[in-house]
Design a protein around this ligand. Structure first.
Ligand code: GLN
Length: 484
């Protein structure tokens, strides 16, 4: 059962081949026996899952239900879940039981989906390897001594190891696409504003976006159908009609114009990864697409711009976690200042502290114009580059990451190289565009993701482009040996 996609499992439930309770139990058994090696869950919720599954079966018996009814999913631990620990990978929120559900969680609950548990992640979604989690690193199911990517590394590992048919992730600078690439799964970061951020613990509010992490593009479409839409509780969610994302999956790609940014194929890209991307692009040419070299001249500004804007926003967002209102509080504080200082000093990990310091500095009165305002200006230039490129092409393709998964510990003392692992994904968040990573082959024995970047709200088109590739190739069906 565990090798089936959401679409296949949903058909099985509909045909009465198994019940949601049976399906849910079989995934819980897999998590129980296999997750010890991976550490991909922070919390597993078996009682809740089986209760939800019972209800889903009962609902099905009464008549018409949606496609996700009875389907087990894993939720990244960044989403608030009522009555369930919501830690965001941090010691700071270890004691936090959320009193409410994030909109994304409410929507999945309303659709009849089952929550198996909450997945491990980099602390407050800051990282590219899952090594900043207070709950310990997640292992890559393809090679247990390697990282799964981050920050949605737990979700990526869960899907790759078939511990759930699909999971949610969030992407501020690449955290859906880079782990999807490292673990050989399909990941979609929607347009900024497409999915509500209400109840999703904020890292960098102008960049954060939630999206599906699945085996196939078809499953990503089914998940996005539930997740997308305006939410009166998130003023940055956009009032744009939500199409049926499965409707265009089978459109022909004949005449599709693909742009390959020359900056994405230069120094720093692993040769073996480049070869995989080139052969994936050839596959598209066979399907009738044409390819053109394009330029995104400000590509080299994306990482430095991001590392001013994201820390600035996070320093502000995390100020609410002060040891008073919720989360960790130090023992025996002498006075209020001591309570703030020690609670935050003991509760936050090194990477989070580094970002709070950088952000506070960049926003300080003397440096605001020199750093923060300057970064906002370069952000505009980066966005303009994409607009210009899309005048000539329908989709931009390239690698999702410059390398395959690196070894655990390999980059933990080298934050700059770690930051560069998002070099191809970060600009997409700065411009608010949708992006995907889809399995495109293997290099050095590890999966490689092809990145697809589209115009604002072009999710249907990206899913169509991804789905057609998955009709012609079988990279997305490969499973790590230990988890077959
Ligand atoms: N790796 C990037 C960072 O550390 C992006 C993280 C993310 O997308 N949440 O900030």
């Amino acid at each position: 059962m565990h090798n089936k996609t959401i679409a296949e499992l949903s058909a099985g439930l509909k045909a009465g081949e198994f019940t949601s309770v049976e399906l849910t139990q079989s995934y819980l058994n897999r998590i129980d026996s296999l997750d010890e090696q991976l550490n991909s869950f922070i919390t597993v919720t078996p009682e809740l899952a089986l209760e939800q599954a019972k209800q889903a079966d009962a609902q099905r018996a009464t008549g018409h239900v949606g496609i996700l009814n009875g389907i087990p999913l894993a939720q990244k631990d960044i989403f608030c879940t009522k009555g369930v620990k919501t830690s965001c990978g941090s010691k700071m929120l270890e004691p936090f039981i959320s009193p409410y559900d994030a909109t994304t969680i409410t929507k999945f609950n309303d659709s009849g989906a089952i929550m198996l548990g909450k997945t491990n992640m980099d602390e407050f979604a800051m990282g590219s390897s899952n090594e900043t989690s207070w709950y310990g690193p997640v292992k890559n199911p393809w090679q247990l001594d390697s990282v799964p990517g981050g920050s949605s590394g737990g979700s990526a590992a869960v899907v790759a190891a078939r511990l759930a048919p699909a999971a949610t992730g969030t992407d501020t600078g690449g955290s859906i696409r880079q782990p999807a690439s490292f673990c050989g799964i399909t990941g979609l970061k929607p347009t900024y504003g497409r999915v509500s951020r209400y109840g999703m613990i904020a890292f960098a509010s102008s960049l954060d976006q939630a999206g599906p992490m699945t085996r196939t593009a078809e499953d990503a479409a089914l998940m996005l159908n539930v997740m997308a839409g305006l939410d009166s509780r998130d003023s940055t969610s956009v009032d744009e009609a939500v199409p049926d994302y499965t409707a265009d999956l089978n459109n022909s790609l004949s005449g599709l114009k693909i742009g390959l940014p020359k900056e994405y194929f230069s120094e720093g890209l692993d040769d073996a990864v480049a070869k995989v991307i080139e052969s994936a692009v050839k596959e598209y040419e066979k399907m009738g697409a044409s390819v053109k070299e394009i330029s995104l001249p400000t590509s080299n500004l994306a990482v430095p711009t991001y590392y001013i804007i994201a820390p600035s926003e996070c320093s502000s967002n995390l100020s609410r976690i002060d040891g008073v209102r919720y989360g960790y509080r130090c023992e025996d504080p002498k006075d209020l200042n001591d309570l703030y200082i020690r609670s935050r000093g003991e509760g936050f990990g090194a990477e989070v502290k580094r970002r709070i310091l950088v952000g506070t500095y960049a926003l300080s009165e003397g440096f605001y114009d020199a750093y923060y305002v300057k970064a906002q200006k370069t952000r505009r230039l980066i966005s303009n580059d994409f607009n210009q490129a899309f005048a000539d092409v329908d989709v931009i393709m390239g690698p999702a990451a410059p390398s395959t998964a690196f070894k655990l510990g390999e980059l933990s003392d080298d934050p700059i190289t770690m930051y560069l692992s998002d070099i191809y994904t970060i600009a997409v968040n700065l411009a608010g565009l949708p992006g995907m990573s889809i399995p495109a082959g293997f290099a050095n024995g590890m999966p490689v993701g092809l990145q697809l970047i589209g115009q604002h709200f072009a999710e249907s088109k990206l899913l169509n482009i991804a789905h057609q590739f998955q009709q012609e190739t079988d990279w997305h069906t490969q499973t790590p040996d230990a988890f077959k």
